[in-house]
Every structure is written in C-alpha cells, then in structure tokens.
Design a protein around this ligand. Sequence first.
Ligand SMILES: [Ca+2]
Length: 448
Amino acid sequence: MVQPSDSRPIMKPFEPTLTNQLSMPRLALRSHHLNDSRTGARGLLGRLGSAGAALAVLGALSLPCSPVLSQTAAGQAAEGKPAKTASAKTKANKTNKAAKPKKAVRPATKATAAAGAAGAAVVALIGTGPAYAERAEAMEFADELARQHQLPKESLRQTLGRARQSPQVITLMQPATAPFVKNWRVYRSRFLDSWRIQAGLAFWQQHHKELARAESVYGVPAEIIVGVLGVETIYGREMGRFRVIDALSTLAFDFPAAHPRAAERSDYFRKELAQFLLAQNRLGLDPFKALGSYAGASGIPQFMPSSIATFAVDFDGDGRIDLRGSVSDAIGSVARYMQAYGWKTGMPTHYPVLLKSEADMATLLAPDILPTFSLADFQSKGAALEGPALAHRGPLALIELLNGKEPPSFVAGTENFYVITRYNWSSYYAMAVIDLGAAVAQRMQAKP
Ligand SMILES: [Ca+2]
C-alpha cells in the first residue's frame, strides 16, 4: 500500500458547505481547527460524502459528514437546500432523480449489500465542464506525479487529461451564503429514522459473524461499525455516483476560490487525486469507472483515497481490497480505521452530564471536542457526572450539541468519542453514529 504523504490521513474531511446550510455543526468546524495545525491541509473539508450522509445531510440538514454526494444525495441536497441549491439542480441531478431508489425497506441481501454501485444500473455523474487536458497545471501535476513515481508520463497525462471538470461539484463545495441553524435533534432524526434502523438490523443479522470478527480483531464494537456504515451509506445503498476522477480533479484544480481556505483544500485534494491515480494504476483499474461522493470518497464506508491506502484491509481474504463490493472488507476497514486512531476497547463513548448553574462554561467548552479534563477537574468546573462515569479513567470533553432555538444538549465525551470524529470531524456526526448503532443494537437484543 502506498503511504499517503501525510502521516495522519483523514478519511473525509469535513466540508461545511452543504451541510452548513442547515445544521452543520459548528463544532465540527472548530474541531478542524483544532487539528489543522497537525494535519495541515485537511481542515475544512469534510466529507461530503457519502450518499447516505449526503442524503441525510443535504436533504436533511447537512451534509455533515460525509463528503460523498451521490447523485441522489446531490439531488436531494439540492432540493433540501433552499434558494441557492436550485442552481445546483443540474441536468445530472434531474437524471438522478429518476434513478433515485425509493426509500423502501429492503432486506440487506448480499446482492444489495453493495447496492447501488457495482451490480445495479448506476448512472454515473460525469463532469460536464472542460477536460483537464486543456489545463496546464493539471498536466504539470501529471508530469510531476509521473516523475515522482517513475510512471509513464504520457499515459498519466492522457488519463488525467480525460477527467472533466464538474460544475456540480464546484457548486456543492461553495461556502454557505446564508447562516444555518444547527439543530442536533433535527440532525439526529434524519439518521435515526425507522427505515435506517431497520436496514441496520438486517445488516447486523446478515453480517454478524464479520462484525464479531472485526470486534475481536480490532477491539471496536459491532454497534459502532454498524452506526458508521448506516450513517455513511445506509449499508451500501448510497455510495455516490460522481466519477471520482472528475470530483477529485475539480476539487484539486478548481476548488471554489470563495472558500476561506481554498488553497489548503486544493492542496489536500491534489494529494487525494495523486493517491487515487496511483492506486488505480497499481491495481490495473479503470479510473473512469470509480464512482463516489462529490468529494471523492467511495465505497460502503466512504473512504478517501489516502484512507484506503492507509487503513483499508482485505478482511474477507480474497486477495484484494474492495470497499464497494465486499461488505467484509468494509467492516474490517472501518474497525481498523478506528483502531488506528486510538480506539480504547471497553471504554464508553460518552456519559450523561449535568451542568450546574455555576458551571464554568467558557473553560469547559474551550477545548471543544478534544478530551482535556480529568474527572475531578470536570466536576470541579460544574460538569457533574454520576454512576459509571465516576469510575472513568482518562480525559473528558464537554460536547455541546445545539438545538436551534431550544437549549443545547450536552454529553461528556471520552477519547472514544473523539476517535469517531476522526472519521468525520463533527461531534454531530459522531453522536449520530453512536445513537444509530445503539438503536440497532437494541433491536438486535430484542430480536437477535
Ligand atoms: Ca477482499
């Protein structure tokens, strides 16, 4: 596997764009900032991704999490996005709408596990802008990549030259123009609808052996994996339909200049584009057949190319990593990702917290989601804990989830809560993953 240039690859950077419109968690933004100094380019961009996320996000409230916008997601996002999105209703979106799967409960059969993509007829969203052969900087990028990795220059030029700019991707990445109201309750309801929970139950029942094996090998609970895959792509049903090469090229060379951190984002996506091209070349795959979110994340877990290179595993042992077609590989890869970011087996993700009226909120909220306070420190500042939390070892963070005009929700986040935000830099995302996984687990216990 090719190691990404950055030692701390992020899966889906968090992109405040679409998401923001509705309820994009500001925390997520803050969390990037927390990390920016260490990760450099990957700040803001989130993962716009996955269809599921996109869907939920967009349509719902935010594209919180995942950077992958499937066609469907994009379409819905556009629809859910008030005025501005109307312009995003491209021809492609309309086409997608027609192909949009109904939100009906379907049993997660093997055939549908990787649904949407591989087998079923999926209409790819191909860029409608100019081909990158016309762009000098894109060709220079190809030359440099060829030089660094001793690859045939002409071949790489031809490949990248055929990638096409996607105006739709540019639109989706535009910074939000209107303030959006962050609302955890609304956000949560988008991911914890009965349909998704039912899909999660079917998924867990069908893949319980692989989930148990992943838990055994990596120490990450099945319900966290189930939560991630449900929020990301509804268990493979919505993996995104943008041509990855178009999405990444567009974000690498035409990232919206209006974005406050456009230069960093461009740099981030150039690295992802390089990872993508190198992997396709190494595996002998046609780079024009890879589909994913509008941010270039792909597969059931919506991994960015650098995360595939670093964390993905061949969990079914067939000799290749296939995050789109192999549920087993997807399950193992999510678990390994969490393990790599420091998942502590047996540690809860969060605890209920009661804030006293005299709580030192400024101090408690200052570190954002980064676990910082000892149990004693936390309590002395007015964040009261009880029960099992009193036996907790390790730092805690006060997680604030805004609820629009209603009072915010708070929990005490542990180091494992923080690990989930490494998958997607948003506390709202992490909480949705946790709650979805818990809801499905509850159903499993009632009906194993
Ligand atoms: Ca495999």
